[in-house]
Design a protein. Structure first.
Length: 533
């Protein structure tokens, strides 16, 4: 049924916008919002829909000044261009001068391309139009030299394409309201999603994001259910570490063995090799960056290199390096390692690099070299980080620059984040401190709640984008923190004795491993992942 004319007019009036501001807090300008939607529709290929939006809303994608400036540039109406620029609201004197410089430089270079008469006219433009703008004198000098060399001159047959480029450069120097940057709406939405994810305490699975509701994860996304207990070790398990590709786990024990475990597709682990040969407890293991080799370090004995594919010992470093290794780390190329020696108190402290045959390459020794208890090389190979009893010692390898970060309490262990930007150290004061590896942070982020006083406890970064920190504890529990929060968000119960070390799977954020004095390694899975198995 047709509506009476008065009814149609009333309905149309109801659809007319009654305010320039949108949103519950009135933070969104209506016209800007419509322009963003139109630009996004055009970029997605919905040109008819975008044009209909412009017509129905009465809000053009570009304001009249934009189209007028485009017309003037393409027509070579240089005085008209500067008149449009001078009329724009919200432009600073500096940006106005830059925009006018771009206009007159464009005119200058076009004149250079038309021969001798053009050179004379270009010279006039340089001194009458460009020089008074107060632009960096180096730009003016370059243009002056161009008069002689004709460098940058625009050939007549290239003028149209040149002016399109000039216009694009010009609008970049003008106020943002004059244009809608490409992908701006998508950028705003993505920024909102990133902010929501960052503020979500339990976010751990990267695909759990939707635009249809505010983002919020349940705590079940954090590894918290013990899915498997590995009981192959005969004594205390001191160390555990996932391979870089997440497909293997290595554990070491005071029973003088290390074990390589295979991570199966269903998130279960199976024993692959037991590495035997050490005569003393193995304090830690280190995967090569390419995951083909494994280093094991026994307490007070030589370092051993193992072939992960065969489980065979490839090299015993003590045979060619007459030192007892306290800690070691790989360089990113998997062809070189760095070690710290733990000789008797009367001997000097030594840090050295060597190849995989044990041939020493560089040696740092002397009174300035600290007694190292743990060390790491950043993933880019640029920095060597060592922890000493009460300080963190960092050396920029390429430049030789060194600096120290003091700690008031004794440091027991070190872990560097996957991106190499951050590091955490466990302290005997029952705190974990997070520092920036570049030394830019003067005060660390602190994490509390776990128990540590007598033993070496190791922590790790983990989860999606390394947003979490996990640590063992002397109270037989595993503690998990969000990196922005001081107190733990999750405490995992199950072990019966001290938890010495934890490792978060770098490619399966739903999986965490813990090693304990109760002779076991526990595999923890997120509730969702566990249900799937």
């Amino acid at each position: 049924m047709d509506l009476p004319e008065s009814s149609v007019s009333h309905a149309a009036a109801q659809t007319e916008p009654t305010t320039r501001r949108l949103g519950a807090r009135g933070l969104v300008d209506r016209e800007e919002f419509v322009r963003l939607i139109a630009q996004s529709l055009y970029s997605l290929g919905y040109r008819k829909t975008a044009a209909t939006l412009e017509a129905e809303s009465g809000v053009p994608l570009y304001p009249p000044e934009h189209d007028r400036l485009l017309f003037d540039v393409m027509s070579g109406r240089w005085d008209a261009c500067t008149a449009v620029i001078d009329s724009l609201a919200g432009i600073s004197d500096r940006n106005r001068a830059v925009a006018e410089f771009l206009v007159w430089r464009g005119h200058f270079l076009e004149l250079l391309g038309i021969g001798d008469d053009g050179v004379r006219l270009a010279t006039e433009v340089l001194w009458r139009r460009i020089a008074p703008l107060g632009i960096d004198r180096r730009c003016v000098h370059w243009l002056a030299r161009a008069i002689v060399s004709c460098e940058g001159a625009v050939a007549p047959d290239a003028v149209a394409e040149w002016r399109i480029g000039l216009f694009l450069d010009l609008v970049e120097a003008l106020p943002p309201w004059l244009r809608v940057p490409s992908g701006r709406l998508e950028h705003l939405v993505e920024t909102a999603v990133i902010q929501q994810v960052a503020s979500c305490i339990f976010h751990n699975l990267p695909d759990e994001v939707t635009l249809f509701e505010d983002h919020k994860c349940l705590e079940e996304q954090i590894p918290s259910e013990c899915a498997q207990i590995l009981c192959a070790h005969k004594n205390e398990v001191w160390f555990v570490r996932f391979s870089n590709d997440g497909n293997y786990l290595a554990s070491s024990s005071s029973d003088c063995t290390a074990i390589i475990w295979k991570v199966e597709e269903d998130d279960t682990l199976t024993k692959k090799y037991c590495l035997e040969g050490h005569k003393k407890p193995i304090s830690f293991v280190v995967w090569s960056p390419n995951d083909r080799m494994l280093l094991t370090c026994g307490n007070g004995e030589s370092l051993k290199l193992w072939n992960v594919k065969t489980g065979e010992c490839c090299h015993k470093f003590g045979a060619s390096v007459d030192r007892i290794i306290a800690s070691c780390a790989w360089f990113p190329n998997s062809e070189k390692i760095v070690c710290a020696s733990s000789e008797p108190e009367s001997s000097p402290n030594v840090i050295f690099t060597c190849d995989l045959e044990g041939q020493e390459l560089e040696v740092w020794a002397g009174e300035r070299i600290p007694k190292v208890s743990d060390l790491a090389v950043t993933p880019d190979g640029q920095h060597l980080i060592c922890v000493c009893p009460n300080e963190i010692w960092i050396r920029e390898l390429r430049k030789g620059r060194e600096w120290k970060i003091p700690e008031r309490e004794m440091i027991s262990s070190l872990c560097v984040s996957g991106d190499g930007q951050s590091m955490i150290v466990n302290l005997n004061s029952q705190e974990i401190h997070l520092w920036k590896t570049n030394g830019s942070s003067s005060v660390p982020d602190k994490f509390k709640g776990h128990k540590q006083g007598k033993f070496v406890i190791r922590s790790c970064f983990g989860g999606s984008d390394s947003l979490f920190i996990a640590s063992g504890s002397e109270d037989s529990q595993v503690y998990i923190w969000k990196r922005c929060m001081e107190m733990p968000i999750k405490v995992l119960h199950g072990h019966s004795m001290t938890v010495n070390c934890v490792s978060w799977n770098p490619t399966r954020p739903q999986m965490l491993a813990s090693a304990s004095d109760d002779c076991t390694v526990r595999i923890w899975l997120a509730h969702k992942a566990h249900n799937l198995t």
